[in-house]
Design a protein around this ligand. Structure first.
Ligand SMILES: Nc1nc2c(ncn2[C@@H]2O[C@H](COP(=O)(O)OP(=O)(O)OP(=O)(O)O)[C@@H](O)[C@H]2O)c(=O)[nH]1
Length: 168
């Protein structure tokens, strides 16, 4: 396991075992899709080991910032998910914006020496409904809107304005 994040099966189990109690309690949940910007370029320019170092650094930072009860998973490639139970859209936007800034500010040490910075694009979807495939599709669409909007930004599927370094 490269990054220490859970895998897709972990996320499926979480939605099967943990989510129903939250749903029954009427709790709002935010589902955040995270994708490293221009990751192919990192691999092409600096090598695959450097790409791996970026994924590990991103995962470490994310795991450090989530609360107990949140779920963190790597869906494959450079795509991660953070599930934030009991979280309103406003708080989710704050969380993602903070993560965005922290990743942008991170200097990642490369295995061959030197350091590198990356940015991430994030898409947020909200539950209810507590349905993993639906949340994944909506968060993915929001994440691609963040990519189209210029990357290094946060986009939500609730129609809120995307946020980014320029506040655009
Ligand atoms: N180092 C490393 N690279 C990986 C891993 N898994 C997937 N990749 C690479 O991740 C890259 C994904 O690139 P794309 O999704 O095409 O796009 P991108 O370059 O990230 O650009 P945007 O998403 O459009 O900002 C590919 O080059 C994959 O080879 C991994 O575990 N380690």
């Amino acid at each position: 396991m490269l990054t220490g994040a859970g895998n897709r099966r972990f996320l499926e189990r979480w939605f099967r075992d943990v989510a129903p109690q939250l749903e029954a309690a009427g709790s709002p949940l935010a589902f955040v899709m995270i994708d490293v910007d221009h990751f192919r370029r990192v691999n092409d320019v600096h090598g695959h080991a450097a790409g791996d170092a970026v994924l590990v650094a991103l995962a470490q930072l994310a795991m450090h910032h989530i609360r107990q009860g949140d779920a963190f998973a790597r869906l494959g490639g450079e795509e991660f998910v953070i599930v934030l139970p009991d979280t309103t859209p406003a708080h989710a936007a704050q969380f993602c914006e903070r993560l965005r800034g922290q990743i942008e500010a991170l200097r990642i040490a490369l295995p061959g020496g030197g350091e590198l910075s990356v940015t991430i694009s994030q898409g947020i979807a909200f539950a209810p409904p507590y349905e993993l495939s639906d949340l994944t599709a909506r968060a993915d669409a929001a994440m691609y809107a963040a990519k189209r909007g210029g990357r290094n930004r946060v986009s939500a599927d609730d129609g809120a304005q995307p946020s980014g370094p320029t506040g655009a």
